[in-house]
Ligand binder design. Structure first.
Ligand SMILES: C[C@@](O)(CCOP(=O)(O)O)CC(=O)O
Ligand code: SF4
Length: 396
């Protein structure tokens, strides 16, 4: 890999040990993937935050890096969801020993200069790259969104790679950073009219077929940003999708998307969507915990749930997961009160997959996210029911 004089100094430790270690990771990635040089980036999004997923070894690695005090994030950078609501963990029933480890992890990231905003939808709250910006993001659903809906450029980074990029402010130039690798590989004709959880089912079904390719959707409906958030998350979880196009909707659908001839096609019917929806559930009836907000909920999604539950009594447990910022906006709008008065909670910083819900007495989880339906059984060992939120919430 070609290195500038300054990049060589970073590699030689002239900017301190944390920068040197970060360059080691980035140069290794660049060598593996055949990058010719580095590119400057404008944003980082760092996964590997929950104590459930990185454990004691991850905590010690971060504390070690932070204690050196020789390297800090040089660009706007946010964190992926943590394993607890960082402020209200006790009221919500999170185990105290887990919460304490979780706080230590987030504090170590904070000492490294990463914003302690823990969310998988940073594009809703201020970590918002511009069209064609080079960035380094690691949450797979956020990668799919930012590449596809915003048109920024990122690979599906791992947590350590994104952290290293946040500190150095650069990433190796390869893969999805290059226009030549952003052409679509599969045309998807969607014959079904889609609503709500259908978008996740579509993403799940197509992700299984396309793998790490780039699907190009022809839809009957004009999707909302929330629909695109669900679609991309599902594509990135059943497949390894980093980028998709929707005809007449997402940037570059009429330019880069079709710059190579696409020979693969698939059609998705109403019956396919129904079958996929059914397949995503491993239980029936009502779940004891309904957990919405995968990826983290937008204010509009919270508003819809608030209006739906207002004035009623919810008899299963309800969490709507989101960022601290959207929670604050929901508080001010009165949505939080409406949901709490009905017996539900807005839970910030965490989610049903990275929280230790399997240790909190729950057995089945109701979700309207195909990504969550895919991961809750494997990462939490719990049963899952996939449906629109209106069909998951039970009232007295
Ligand atoms: C499942 C996921 O959304 C959350 C867990 O990731 P992590 O704990 O931040 O590494 C990660 C991903 O899909 O990129
Ligand atoms: S599992 Fe869903 S809610 Fe949790 S971090 Fe991933 S996308 Fe966000």
């Amino acid at each position: 890999m070609f290195l500038t004089h300054d990049e060589e100094k970073m590699c030689n430790g002239e900017y301190g040990d944390t920068v040197r270690k970060s360059m080691d990771i980035l140069v290794a990635l660049g060598d593996i993937y055949g990058a010719e040089k580095f590119v400057d980036i404008s944003s980082a999004q760092v996964s590997g935050v929950s104590y459930k997923t990185i454990g004691q070894a991850g905590l010690e690695y971060l504390e070690d890096l932070a204690s050196d005090k020789s390297g800090y994030a040089t660009i706007p950078s946010t964190l992926n969801p943590a394993g607890t609501d960082l402020d209200n963990w006790s009221e919500l029933g999170f185990p105290a020993d887990f919460a304490s480890k979780q706080t230590d992890i987030v504090n170590a990231y904070g000492q490294l200069g990463i914003s302690k905003t823990c969310t998988c939808t940073p594009y809703l709250i201020g970590n918002v790259p511009r069209f064609r910006d080079h960035i380094s993001w690691s949450e797979s659903s956020a990668v799919a969104y930012v590449n596809s809906v915003i048109g920024a450029r990122t690979n599906r980074e791992g947590g350590p790679g994104a952290l290293a990029a946040a500190i150095v402010g650069k990433t190796p130039l390869y893969g999805f950073h290059l226009d030549e690798n952003r052409a679509s590989t599969l045309i998807v004709d969607v014959e079904a009219d889609l609503n709500g959880a259908d978008f996740g089912a579509l993403g799940y079904a197509v992700g299984q077929v396309v793998g790490d390719g780039i699907p190009y959707f022809k839809l009957n409906n004009v999707p909302t940003n929330n629909d695109l958030k669900s679609l991309g998350a599902a594509l990135a979880s059943s497949g390894a999708v980093a980028l998709y196009y929707v005809e007449n909707v997402t940037p570059e659908f009429d330019t880069i998307a079709l710059s190579n001839e696409v020979n693969d096609n698939m059609a998705v019917s109403t019956e396919d969507i129904k079958e996929t929806r059914d397949k995503l559930s491993t239980a029936s009836g009502y779940a004891d915990l309904v957990c919405l907000g995968c990826p983290h909920a937008s204010l509009e999604e919270i508003k819809d749930v608030a209006n739906f539950v207002c004035g009623k009594n919810i008899s299963n447990e309800l969490w709507i997961c989101t960022s601290i910022n959207i929670k604050a906006a929901a508080d001010r709008m009165g949505y939080t009160k409406m949901i709490e008065n009905a017996g539900g909670h807005i839970v910030q910083d965490t989610c049903m997959v990275v929280a230790p819900i399997e240790d909190m007495g729950y057995e089945s989880v109701g979700v309207n996210s195909a990504k969550a339906a895919n991961y809750v059984p494997s990462m939490c060992g719990l049963k899952v029911i996939y449906n629109d939120f209106e069909n998951l919430i039970k009232f007295d």
